[in-house]
Design a protein around this ligand. Structure first.
Ligand SMILES: Nc1ncnc2c1ncn2[C@@H]1O[C@H](COP(=O)(O)OP(=O)(O)OP(=O)(O)O)[C@@H](O)[C@H]1O
Ligand SMILES: C[C@H](N)[C@H](N)CCCCCC(=O)O
Ligand SMILES: [Mg+2]
Length: 522
């Protein structure tokens, strides 16, 4: 949540000013954003620059290169600005004509700022939340359509405003025939402004609807509410102006001409409206979710069946040996048996039994899917859609009574946890570093390096890796460990020897360095 600084009022007013002038292309307040892995097929850079783009984006999880939709929207906005420029009638052929042309600059600049503000708003939404669903595409294209349709009315509106404000020194761009014409101009302008604002509000509405699946944290949710408040406020003010233009009595000239325009002064309250909404949403989230001081780690592997569960259970024992309250979690388990108590998964039961204090099964394993296959398939077979919201809630309950929560993934790093949900989404939503379990067998060098590349490209933090001797016949295991130590950018935090049917508690001492590193993240 944001802090309430003494200068927040000043910030609110400057925020209003910046938004209304279109000078705030990026967020006014900095909050960590978390979003899902970009779909590589959509990327114009062909996905080659994942690492660079994730770094260039500056925040973990932000999208780097542009999708085709983003490229189209950018091009359309650029075209709209071009329309403004070429609407200057002809090349001046005298000093007087040049001065007259220069006098159109204020209107052009204001209109440019307005269009730039909507472009920047869309770019900001797109980079952080866009999933290119049908609704996202339709709303984005509607925004483009509206901008292109209204580009000239916007220009005329601003031209008239500057002519009026300069007492006629700047030229009127159109002739007026009575107050009806002025009302009509406000009507068109108000409709344009309201339509564009409504499109942006609807895009953020989409983000809000999908907040669970996107795994947005409390701060990001509060920010989305803030953006909704901004564009909702814009829409309300423009609609009020339209209503005023339509309903003020025709015989009251000053009211008819003045009221629709004066109502736009209310845009000066945009900053306070935004801050109020963000604070209320942030406060509500804080009440729902008590601050969590627990440390944690997301255990992933170079593949399924490489020893993530063995490692996670042994890690719980190692953490407990350091005097910590350590609980395990298997958020999504594909492969559950029906029991008298409900569906039960082997990994989740082992994690639960190694946990102290003992949590409820439902919190350890919020998504218990019967079929032992990819979680997406298992979820479809069970007729459910995996979402992150129950996972976040269960994790918060576990963390409230623990010093450390060890979260085991499903399959490898790029095995989706559900439709549209990646391990990276989980790591970001829970703000967990990642521990990679490398199944020591022929081929693991490539699997380990690819996994590390992918974890880093997703903007997640690799705390280290653990070797697990899954293959008893693997003769070059020690040589491979040397190669892995040299090749991987994070430290080796333990090696589990080949120990079939071993009690994980006996392997805890092998993971003491891992336990210390994880406990140190508190
Ligand atoms: N170091 C080891 N020594 C002996 N057996 C091991 C070792 N590591 C893993 N195994 C065995 O390999 C099998 C798979 O291990 P485990 O269940 O820990 O894998 P996992 O990565 O958690 O798989 P999943 O993706 O299904 O969760 C188990 O039977 C386990 O006992
Ligand atoms: C069923 C299995 N033991 C795991 N629970 C799920 C493994 C999912 C692997 C998905 C993939 O192919 O990457
Ligand atoms: Mg497992």
């Amino acid at each position: 949540m944001r802090s309430r600084s003494p200068c927040s009022r000043a910030r609110a007013w400057s925020a209003s000013w910046a938004y209304c002038c279109g000078l705030s292309p990026l967020r006014l307040c900095d909050v960590n954003m978390r979003r899902s892995l970009p779909r590589r097929s959509d990327r114009l850079d062909g996905g080659q620059g994942m690492a660079e783009s994730a770094q260039a984006a500056g925040r973990p999880g932000e999208r780097g290169g542009a999708t085709r939709l983003e490229a189209f929207v950018d091009a359309a906005f650029a075209f709209a600005v071009t329309l403004l420029v070429i609407s200057v009638d002809a090349i001046p052929d005298s000093t007087a004509a040049l001065v007259a042309a220069l006098k159109s600059i204020p209107a052009f600049a204001a209109c440019f700022a307005m269009i730039a503000m909507f472009w920047a708003s869309h770019a900001r939404w797109s980079r952080r939340h866009n999933r290119d669903g049908v609704a996202d595409v339709v709303l984005s294209l509607t925004l483009v359509f509206t901008v292109l349709v209204y580009v000239y009315p916007l220009r005329l509106q601003f031209g008239v405003f500057f002519a009026w404000a300069s007492g006629g020194w700047l030229p009127y761009p159109m002739a007026f025939d009575g107050t009806a014409d002025v009302s009509f101009m406000f009507l068109v302008y108000g409709l344009a402004f309201a339509s564009m604002s409504l499109c942006m509000a609807a895009l953020y509405g989409q983000t809000w609807r999908n907040r669970g699946r996107l795994g947005l944290d409390a701060a990001t949710r509060a920010e989305v509410v803030g953006e909704l408040a901004i564009f909702g406020w814009f829409t309300a003010v423009a609609t009020a102006s339209v209503v005023a233009a339509l309903t003020t009595p025709a015989d009251d000239t000053s009211l008819r001409v003045g009221l629709p325009g004066m109502l736009y002064a209310l845009l000066g309250l945009t900053g306070p409206v935004n801050l109020l909404a963000v604070r209320r949403a942030g406060a509500a989230a804080a009440v729902r979710r008590a601050p969590v001081a627990a440390a944690g780690v997301l255990v992933t592997g170079t593949d399924t069946g490489v020893g993530k569960s063995l490692c996670s259970v042994a890690l719980l024992h190692a953490l407990r040996a350091q005097g910590l309250r350590a609980v395990g979690m298997k958020p999504v388990a594909a492969g559950c048996e029906p029991t008298a108590d409900g569906l039960r998964n082997e990994d989740a039961v082992a994690l639960l039994q190694a946990s102290a204090p003992r949590p409820s099964y439902a919190d350890v394993n919020p998504w218990a899917l019967p079929e032992p296959t990819a979680p997406q398939l298992a979820a479809r077979a069970a007729g459910v859609r995996v979402e992150l919201a129950p996972v976040l809630a269960a994790h918060a309950r576990l963390a409230a009574n623990a010093d450390v929560v060890v979260v085991e993934g499903a399959g490898g790093w790029l095995s989706p946890l559900g439709d549209g949900i990646e391990h990276a989404d989980l790591a970001r939503a829970l703000q967990l570093p990642v521990l990679l379990v490398v199944g020591l067998r022929l081929g693991c060098l490539s699997h380990a390096r690819l996994s590390v590349q992918s974890i880093e490209a997703d903007g997640c933090r690799l705390i280290g890796w653990v070797g697990s001797a899954v293959d008893p016949a693997f003769e070059r295991r020690d040589d491979y460990l040397d190669l892995l130590r040299a090749a991987l950018p994070a430290p080796c935090l333990g090696v589990l020897p080949h120990a079939p049917a071993a009690d994980p508690a006996l392997l805890a001492s092998n993971l003491a360095p891992a336990a210390s590193a994880i406990a140190g993240t508190r």
